[in-house]
Design a protein around this ligand. Structure first.
Ligand code: HEM
Length: 276
């Protein structure tokens, strides 16, 4: 709401970090140092291969700025890609472990994987890793009811709330992968079409527009491959007294994840230890 204060807040956060911020800063430094070592080793091997003195020099701005930019990009991909996909998979395993019919149907799938696709999409509807999207207003934005967000404001779109809006999704708290199964022929096919959403914009686990998640296709592919591979080999069950909450903050990362989740993996008749 006060965009002009942003530089002051950033300055204060770096100068006077609290314990959580300090941990985040030290983790970032460790990742940056490891990335720098990898880049240096790569450059040395490149120089050695090309013959001394023939290796390509750093781009304009010097090696330091190139390193910094590669490290920053690498860090974004690691943070944005790894945590989100692994959280989605944990949640999908939990949902399947508590919905046996869905698990059996997923396991039986052999071609095209529409049901597995629907399971991942429904998992991301119920528990989207990014619970809100943020945009900075280029112009004043009329929010209705006489309220205007001034140019430069940070605006949040509440993805989680949209995904649970009963006006968009009938029975919004229920795990119903059929919502995402394409209607067959002229009819409604499976319950997909009736189970929403009323507006296509009400589903946005990967965001919208120019800043939409660049890894969304990879994430869907990985999640489906991992889920199906696991389910073809093992079975999963939750601990009898399981109480699972879904937290929105994972230490320094802001992704939704299951808290205190214990999942048993069963191979044939043997029950393995839970996941921790
Ligand atoms: C289930 C897995 C994932 C979820 C739920 C997810 C979700 C999101 C969301 C909500 C955004 C913000 C989009 C917006 O503001 O409109 C985003 C951005 C981003 N994601 Fe993902 N993501 C996932 C996997 C991945 C993977 C696998 C990668 C890369 C390998 C990735 C890389 C990125 C990057 C680089 C951005 C920033 C894009 C930008 O600001 O231009 N994500 N993601």
């Amino acid at each position: 709401m006060f965009p002009s204060l942003e530089p002051v807040i950033q300055w204060a956060a770096h100068r006077f970090p609290d314990a959580k911020q300090r941990r985040a800063m030290s983790a970032r430094s460790a990742v940056a140092a490891a990335s720098r070592r990898l880049m240096e080793a790569w450059q040395e091997s490149k120089a050695a291969a090309a013959g001394a003195g023939e290796a390509q020099g750093p781009a304009a701005g010097g090696a330091g700025s190139v390193f910094k930019s590669v490290i920053a990009q690498g860090f974004s991909f690691l943070a944005a890609g790894f945590e989100t996909t692994s959280s989605a998979l944990s949640i999908a395993l939990y949902l399947l472990a508590t919905h046996h019919e869905a698990a059996a149907r997923l396991r039986a799938e052999v071609e095209g994987l529409p049901y597995t696709d629907a399971v991942v999409k429904e998992t991301l509807r119920l528990h989207p890793g990014g619970t809100f999207l943020v945009r900075q207003a280029r112009n004043d934005v009329d929010l209705g009811g006489g309220r205007v967000a001034p140019k430069g404001s940070l605006l949040c779109l509440a993805t989680h709330a949209l995904h649970h809006d009963p006006a968009q999704w009938p029975d919004p708290e229920a795990f119903r992968p059929e919502r995402f199964l394409a209607p067959e022929g002229q009819g409604q096919g499976e319950a997909g079409a009736q189970l929403g959403p009323a507006h296509p914009g009400a589903y946005s686990p990967f965001g919208f527009g120019a800043r939409m998640c660049v890894g969304h296709k990879l994430a869907m592919m990985v999640a489906k491959a991992v889920l199906l591979t696991l389910y073809r080999r093992y079975d999963f069950a939750v601990y009898d007294k399981q109480v699972t909450n879904f937290g929105y903050w994972h230490e320094e990362l802001e992704t939704l994840h299951p808290e205190d989740l214990l999942i048993y993996m069963t191979v044939g008749m043997v029950r393995c230890a839970p996941n921790r």
